[in-house]
Write a protein that binds this ligand. Structure first.
Ligand SMILES: *[C@@H]1O[C@H](CO)[C@@H](O)[C@H](O)[C@H]1NC(C)=O
Ligand SMILES: *[C@@H]1O[C@H](CO)[C@@H](O)[C@H](O)[C@H]1NC(C)=O
Ligand SMILES: *[C@@H]1O[C@H](CO)[C@@H](O)[C@H](O)[C@H]1NC(C)=O
Ligand SMILES: *[C@@H]1O[C@H](CO)[C@@H](O)[C@H](O)[C@H]1NC(C)=O
Length: 434
């Protein structure tokens, strides 16, 4: 009897011990891993972390780089932080919000959504999605691997789009990245003037590097209010590839971080612009049936209610092929570095079994994540715009190099705009290059 009683005691003690240990462990585990946001007060806190001032900010020890946070209440009340992460080495991340005036800290764990279009590179665009406090609308957020980090010691990022402006602008063109000491000045000015003729009020440029002469043209357009320049020092943080796929070039991130820039551009202009165009500087979405984008888009929207994404076929106009008439070989322009688009009016024919890539005009409020030639996640439908309505005039090196001249299609649509284009370009050249 006695022996059994002692055994019983031993078992009970062991059980109590194990139970207590379990409770402690589970308490510690929930402390670390709880998905429930928590409100704490850090003594003496005044929400006074230093503002992050650069377009790209590295978050220490996390393989994470922050571009900017945006308020997004289209599905629920969240902060969506656009960033770049290492798809494997990224750590758990927390959003620390500071609520004024009491200095309450609200911490929520970020859901990390690495965009699917990484194209094999180790680093890619990502959204860090953080639930926001219900009882306050914070203007700043800090990102950290440690939810208990001192918020005053962390850089803080302004949460943009908190107040929805109502479209001061109709069309904004997002040009992803300017790099490689860019110096195609004549084509650049022609493209900007074409965008303006077609209806753009704003052009956003993520600038990595360009020539001195190009700087002058940029300064002119910034002063005019057409261009918003976003410094894009991606090469200070990564070994970047100038190719789009990892198999072509085993670097950290593809094509100067173009995809991250485009996503940032969508959110940056979500409430500032009715439409956003996503294309490169050597591309112009050129309407056939309508005189400009505004009339074209109201017609396309009427025919496609509920659509938010309009896809236009890319067509190559090789810079190696000149028109025999040579009527737009303007003597004074020969002194300006770069391509004169008015001289290139032949396009390559479609290839068998090869899709023409698309470029886009979108309603940014319907976009969640964008890629370069399509939208990854959206709240509206995508529409393929037929080539008799518009195409992407893409003036660059040929893709089908060996084609005889007769196989190319003469297409003078860009000439329709010749008189205003020539006048506007001369005006800009007078004030910048000459
Ligand atoms: C950002 O700029 C502000 C104002 O110029 C300055 O007070 C702050 O220290 C800067 N932040 C960083 C991280 O350098
Ligand atoms: C780029 O790669 C080299 C080694 O190949 C490395 O030393 C350097 O730090 C890298 N630069 C950046 C910005 O990551
Ligand atoms: C344009 O005109 C100049 C002379 O003004 C000539 O040298 C040049 O070859 C012409 N370019 C083309 C592509 O015909
Ligand atoms: C240039 O534009 C004017 C109208 O602005 C037009 O009449 C003329 O035909 C155009 N030139 C060419 C060669 O298309």
């Amino acid at each position: 009897m006695l022996c059994c009683k002692r055994k019983l005691y031993q078992v009970a003690a062991a059980c109590t011990c194990a139970f207590t240990l379990m409770m402690i462990l589970s308490y510690l585990w929930t402390q670390r891993h709880s998905l429930q946001p928590k409100i704490t007060t850090q003594e003496g806190n005044l929400c006074r972390g230093e503002s992050a001032n650069n377009t790209i900010t590295a978050i220490k020890d996390t393989n994470t780089f922050i571009i900017a946070p945006y308020f997004d209440n289209r599905k629920s009340k969240i902060t969506r932080v656009i960033g770049i992460v290492h798809h494997e080495k990224v750590k758990d991340l927390f959003c620390l919000f500071c609520c004024q005036p009491n200095g309450e800290i609200y911490v929520s764990k970020a859901a990390i959504d690495v965009h699917s279009d990484r194209f094999g590179f180790p680093y890619g665009a990502a959204d860090l999605l953080c639930s926001e406090p219900q009882n306050c609308d914070p203007n700043f957020v800090s990102i950290n691997w440690d939810p208990k980090g001192n918020i005053d010691q962390l850089p803080r990022f302004e949460i943009k789009n908190r107040k929805a402006e109502i479209f001061p602008v109709e069309f904004t063109v997002c040009i992803s990245t300017m790099f490689g000491n860019y110096n195609n000045v004549l084509q650049f000015i022609q493209s900007i003037e074409m965008y303006k003729i077609l209806g753009a009020q704003k052009v956003i440029i993520y600038k990595n590097s360009c020539s001195k002469l190009m700087e002058k043209a940029l300064e002119f357009y910034i002063a005019e209010g057409t261009i918003e320049l976003i410094p894009w020092p991606i090469t200070s943080y990564f070994n970047v590839s100038s190719y789009w796929h990892f198999s072509q070039d085993t670097k950290d991130i593809g094509y100067y971080g173009q995809i991250t820039a485009l996503n940032d551009c969508i959110y940056r202009n979500m409430y500032r612009s009715k439409f956003v165009l996503l294309n490169d500087i050597d591309e112009i979405i050129l309407p056939f049936k309508h005189p400009d984008w505004k009339i074209m888009m109201s017609s396309l929207q009427e025919q496609n209610p509920g659509a938010g994404i309009f896809l236009f076929e890319n067509h190559i106009f090789p810079i190696t092929l000149y028109d025999s008439t040579d009527i737009f070989n303007i003597t004074s322009w020969n002194a300006v570095p770069g391509v004169n688009i008015l001289q290139h009016i032949h396009r390559e024919p479609d290839r068998k079994n090869v899709f023409n890539p698309k470029k886009m005009i979108v309603d940014p409020r319907k976009v969640v994540q964008t890629s370069v030639h399509s939208i990854l996640h959206a709240y509206g439908d995508s529409v393929n715009v037929p080539i008799d309505v518009a195409l992407v005039y893409h003036c660059r090196k040929p893709i089908q190099e060996k084609l005889p001249r007769e196989s190319l299609i003469r297409d003078t649509t860009v000439w329709r705009y010749n008189s205003s284009l020539i006048m506007n370009v001369n005006n800009v050249l007078q004030k910048t290059v000459f």
